[in-house]
Structures are given as structure tokens and as C-alpha cells.
Write a protein that binds this ligand. Sequence first.
Ligand code: ADP
Ligand code: MG
Length: 320
Amino acid sequence: VVDERTLISTFFDRQRDRWPDRREDVILGIGDDAAVLRPEPGFDLVVATDSIVEGTHFPPGVPAAAVGHRCLAVNLSDLAAMAAEPLWFSLALSLPRSDPAWVSEFSSGLFALADRHGVSLVGGDTVRGPLGATVTILGRVRPGCAVRRSGARPGDGIWVTGHPGDAVAGRLLLPEATPGAEVLALRQRFLYPEPRVREGLALAGLASGMLDVSDGLDDDLRKLLVASGVGAELDAGELPLSNELRSVRGAEAVECALTGGDDYELCFTVPVADEARLREVAAHWPVPITRIGTIVPGSDVRWRLHGQPLTIPDSTFRHF
Ligand code: ADP
Ligand code: MG
């Protein structure tokens, strides 16, 4: 059995390696009682924590690399939704047993994403328990530049990145024994969500309000509306449904996009006067943006589809 210390030094502590992209603002990383980090003067720190637990956030048997990717991706997504730049993270890992092969694959998935975004793992904890991982991420933002949920104003357009609904469809298709190309693409969207970090950063100064879609587009959007004290008129016919989602879910595709979770796309509002600038900024993004509605005074949320009012079933997952 490989002990805890060996797991940490083998799979998580990369300071020993000649690590070319090691951050100079990590004064002391893994190996002591705590990490010492040096934020650059002139920035505010931004902190977020998200956990993923087997059986709650992902089913048993998901590839370890996907669990590693996901526990960091969901946190990067939270920082993206603030228009913050991610810098460092810590990892609390709970394992039912010491399984070096699993941990090796987990750390590959984790570091592949970390390296793409230039974030450093600076510490954590490793314990025995139900399979799960908690990441705390730290990032920075110029004072006053964080985009909050509370900034949406009547008249602002409501926008979403990417293709909501794909991830929930992918999750439902995990048990498929002989997946075709479409099923594989949707699965990938669930297993390896791409946090919209660069897109979120680019929305600083453009978006009046923003959050990331983790619980479902309708449910998350309502959180933004409540925080901003506004209502919305939305057209479900404008939803950017992917071809894969339409093909696999047919008539249920709209419901997947509205109520399915795990998208990790950004939902944001932009004053109409800034729309041209938004389209310019987003023109070269690897992900499309779509306007799905308009902020209105009051607190009503009205979805329509083909001109008819649409009632959204409350299928949102709640822990308690
Ligand atoms: P302590 O007893 O002081 O909590 P630990 O033995 O738990 O120390 O951890 C030793 C070092 O390894 C610490 O620097 C801690 O931050 C780091 N560490 C432990 N688990 C992880 C992990 N899963 N990922 C990254 N660093 C970790
Ligand atoms: Mg410890």
C-alpha cells in the first residue's frame, strides 16, 4: 500500500521536477504546514471553493482523469464568472483506498487543465473517505472590476456561451454501451467541461451581471435576476441547441438546455449600447455567444417558445 506522503510527493508535488512554468508568486508551495503566496500589489484577491463527490456530482466509474479535470474546472468556472484571473489552488482529496493508478490518472487530468490556465497547486489534504475532491481557488481582479450577479439592469440583453444542455445529455448517456460519435461528444461535454476563463476575463467592463451555469440555465439565471432585483423575458427558440443534443434528445432538447446542470457556461447581461463591442470581442472565441432574452423591470421570468408561454418544470437538483 502506498502511503499518503508518497501519494502527495509522487502525484501532486511538482516542485522537485524542473517545472518550466512554475509561478514566481508561489513563495512556498507543497511540503510545509501552509503555502505562502505573494499577490501583486494593486489587485483584490478572489476566492472560491467547490466540491465534487462520487454519487452526488458524478456516478461511480467515471474516468479518474475526468474527476481530476472536473474538480478544478468547476472552480475555474466560478472565477471566470467573476471576470477574475485564476492564480493558485489547493486540493482536498478523499479516497476510499490508496490506489496509485487511479491517483496518477486523476493528477494527469488535473494538471493538464491547470497548466493550460497557468494555475499552481500550492497545497491540500489527502484523507481516507468517500471518493471526492474539494478545490479552493484563488485569483485576482482589479479593484472594482469583479462582475457580480447583482448588476443586471432593465433593457440589458441576456447572453449565454456555448451549448447548454449538452452536459446533462452526456451524463444521462454515460451507461450507453456502444456509443456513437454524437453520444461520445455529449459525454465529453459532461466529463471534461471547458471553463470559460478567458471569455470571463474579457467580459470585465462589458457584462453588467454574470454567473456560471452549474445547476441549470433557468435556475441559475433566476439567481442573477433575484440578486439584481429584475425580471426577464426570454425566448427558448433562441437557445443555442447543439446538433448532437437535438439529434439525441429530440423534442426534449429545450428542456435539457433549460433545466440540465453541469454546463459550466457563462450567463451574463450586457447593456444594448455595448452589444457591438461584445460581438467584436467574442468574434474570435472558441465558443459561440447567443442572446436569449432581455432584462425587464419587476421580478417575473417569462419564457416563450414559438410565441407561446413556456412553463419550466422545476427539476433542479438540490442537495437538501
Ligand atoms: P499537515 O499535517 O500539516 O496538514 P499534510 O501531511 O496533510 O500536512 O500535507 C503535507 C503537505 O502536502 C502540505 O504542504 C499539504 O498542503 C500538501 N498536500 C497534502 N495533500 C495534498 C494534495 N492532495 N494536493 C496538494 N498538496 C497536498
Ligand atoms: Mg493535512
